[in-house]
Design a binder for this molecule. Structure first.
Ligand code: SIN
Length: 310
């Protein structure tokens, strides 16, 4: 019988890593979320040596990620993290919203074991598929002694849930960690750590127990920006707005006036930047609070979680 110490729980949610195309040369005309978790694991012969438990938590293209799947996934991660024989968790996921799921799981659970998200930019049928190596690397990291927190592994590179972002629409090496830099590299089955593991206080699953996620939208400042969109959202009952401003969170005057009106009407408004890297630093005279170093999508999640407490 296989020793269960060091077990890795592999939780599958779909994505391109589980995608198939009719032709091996087709890298974009495929259907995501076709293969089940067993097929993903069986495509990596080296995993036969590792004690694994597998679970199909969802099967979707991650562009369609929703709050119900997040809640189900967070509950299953918490369940497996609590099992003494489980060393770590691997989550297979689509690349498109991976950074959002990573952030929400880290904020809710701040797990004391490694929770490793992995994905692929090429479907499982592609000539140069990246999924199997990414899955093997993710399992390696999930068994790394001392590792903790939610991370993502693609192309031999480990990113923290706090920093990971998709930076390329096509390249296999499609993820970055912005100013913070990558967390670790995985080379020939060895983890070379460069920074501290992600840590922090968990908000806890009670935060999302109601299942009632407040409506928060992202709007963008740009040339010719108008007030009408924000006013329509406020009239429709939006609870929070994250604005992706230019540069250091600066805003077109028409949009800023509408956002200040929204704030005065009781809508929570946070200012982030549409720049790929860097914080929004507050300065005197600013009328709207900064989202700090959070990207617009992270700021939206953080604001929803904050409003759920309010
Ligand atoms: C998805 O995000 O589910 C599809 C795209 C991908 O995984 O690369």
């Amino acid at each position: 019988m296989q020793d269960t110490a060091g077990t890795v729980a592999v939780l599958a949610t779909g994505g391109t890593i589980a995608g198939t195309a009719e032709r091996a040369t087709d890298n974009i005309g495929y259907s995501a979320a076709q293969l089940g978790v067993r097929a993903l694991v069986e495509a990596v012969p080296a995993l036969a040596e590792v004690p694994l438990v597998t679970e199909q938590v969802a099967q979707l293209d991650s562009k369609d990620m929703d709050f119900a799947v997040w809640a189900a996934l967070a509950a299953r991660v918490a369940h497996h993290v609590a099992r003494p024989e489980v060393a770590g968790i691997v989550i297979t996921h689509g690349t498109d919203t991976l950074e959002e799921t990573a952030y929400v799981l880290q904020r809710l659970l701040a797990p004391a074991k490694p929770v490793v998200m992995c994905a692929a930019m090429r479907p499982a049928t592609a000539l140069l598929r990246d999924g199997p190596q990414n899955l093997l690397d993710a399992v390696t990291l999930a068994r790394q002694p001392g590792a903790r927190g939610v991370m993502a592994v693609l192309s031999g590179t480990v990113h923290s849930a706090f920093d990971v972002r998709k930076v390329h629409s096509y390249r296999v090496d499609a993820f970055g960690s912005g100013d913070a830099g990558v967390l670790a590299r995985i080379e020939e089955g060895q983890v070379r750590r460069l920074r501290d593991w992600p840590a922090g206080e968990p908000l806890g699953l009670d935060r999302i127990a109601s299942g009632d996620w407040p409506w928060v939208e992202i709007v963008t400042s740009h040339a010719g920006a108008r007030a009408d969109g924000v006013r329509a959202l406020v009239a429709a009952g939006v609870k929070g707005l994250v604005v992706a401003g230019t540069g250091n969170g600066s805003l077109h005057h028409a949009l800023e006036n509408a956002l200040v009106e929204a704030q005065q009407a009781g809508v929570a408004v946070w200012r982030s930047t549409r720049c790929l890297d860097g914080p929004v630093q507050m300065k005197s005279g600013d009328r709207l609070p900064s989202a700090g170093t959070l990207t617009p999508v992270q700021a939206r999640i953080e604001l929803m979680l904050q409003l759920m407490r309010a």
